[in-house]
Design a protein around this ligand. Structure first.
Ligand code: KIV
Length: 304
């Protein structure tokens, strides 16, 4: 894993999988999904780990499910997040079809993800039936986060994005999944869309941290899809709390931009480049073109 440093030169230690495991019973684990360098850099200040989730297929690329997501897509976004985040552990999702066939196929693909992105761990979906693969990967140097409850890659078998464990007869099987991935060596496990009392029970029953999404406040940590909690997703599941309204802010900004382009009031003199020898002349020319004589205010974009 590459070493990073602060602007002042002090080294920043990136969290590793065992640091996440060690937080169980000590401090709640904060995490979010991230798919790009700039959101990773912001979330890095607050999160213990960032998940490059295969939800990016739906959130970023407009797919209906996560099934079409490829290894190359995960690697491309994984690299961006590792570049943006300096302190958080970066976990990259193994996409559908890249690990289920056999432990050795899973190892080959997970090793590629780790080598090419420099991430610190991978995540894969499945309980008891993936335990052998988890053990194979962990014994060969790949930290694995497990994911049970609602497993979106199995949407075509499940028949929909349905909450799991809402009937008590289902509990034993889901709890066995949790124990199996923990015994296999997973460093933590995501519990997605799971009946609240079951998530609490599993959290108490296993030694590794549970990361809830639509599960329980009693889980050892929480994760949300960043775009969902920012208010940027058109539809969100019941378990999402929108902590921001970025969608409205973006629309307002774009509408303002479009209006100024149509009115020819943008760009103004402060957004343009004068000729080196004729600053005054260029400023006058631009001002007379816009008809405004120049507008006070700061450029909205920080881009140079
Ligand atoms: O892909 C993803 O974003 C996830 C989270 C929902 C845990 O797996």
């Amino acid at each position: 894993m590459s070493s990073q440093s602060t602007p002042g030169g002090a080294p920043v230690k990136r969290l590793m999988a065992p640091d996440i495991t060690a937080k169980k019973g000590v401090q709640p684990i904060v995490s979010l999904t991230s798919y790009h360098a700039h959101t990773a850099a912001i979330a890095d200040k607050y999160c213990d780990f960032l998940l490059v989730g295969d939800s990016l297929g739906m959130v970023m690329h407009g797919f209906e499910t996560t099934v079409p997501v490829t290894l190359d897509l995960m690697i491309m976004h994984g690299k961006a997040v590792v570049r943006g985040a300096k302190r958080s552990l970066v976990v990259v999702d193994m996409p559908f079809g890249s690990y289920e066939e056999s432990p050795s196929v899973a190892f080959r693909n997970a090793a590629r993800v780790m080598k090419e992105t420099d991430c610190g761990a991978v995540k894969l979906e499945g309980g008891r039936h993936m335990a052998e693969t988890i053990s194979y990967l962990v014994k060969r140097g790949i930290p694995v986060m497990a994911h049970i409850g609602l497993t979106p890659q199995s949407i075509n078998v499940l028949g929909g994005f349905k909450a799991q464990g809402r009937e008590e007869e289902q509990w034993a099987a889901i709890e066995e999944d949790a124990r199996a991935v923990s015994d296999a060596g997973a460093f933590s496990v995501v519990l997605e869309a799971m009946a609240e009392p079951l998530a609490e029970r599993i959290t108490k029953a296993i030694p590794i941290p549970t990361i809830g999404i639509g599960a329980s406040a009693a889980c050892d940590g929480q994760i949300l899809v960043m775009e969902d909690m920012l208010g940027l997703s058109p539809r969100v599941p019941k378990f999402v709390k929108e902590f921001g309204d970025i969608g409205t802010a973006i629309e307002r900004a774009i509408a303002g931009y479009a209006e100024e382009v149509l009115e020819r009031t943008f760009p103004q003199v402060e957004h343009t480049y004068a000729m080196k020898q004729g600053v005054e002349a260029t400023a006058k020319k631009v001002a007379s073109k816009s008809g405004s004589g120049g507008r006070a205010g700061k450029p909205a974009s920080r881009r140079k």
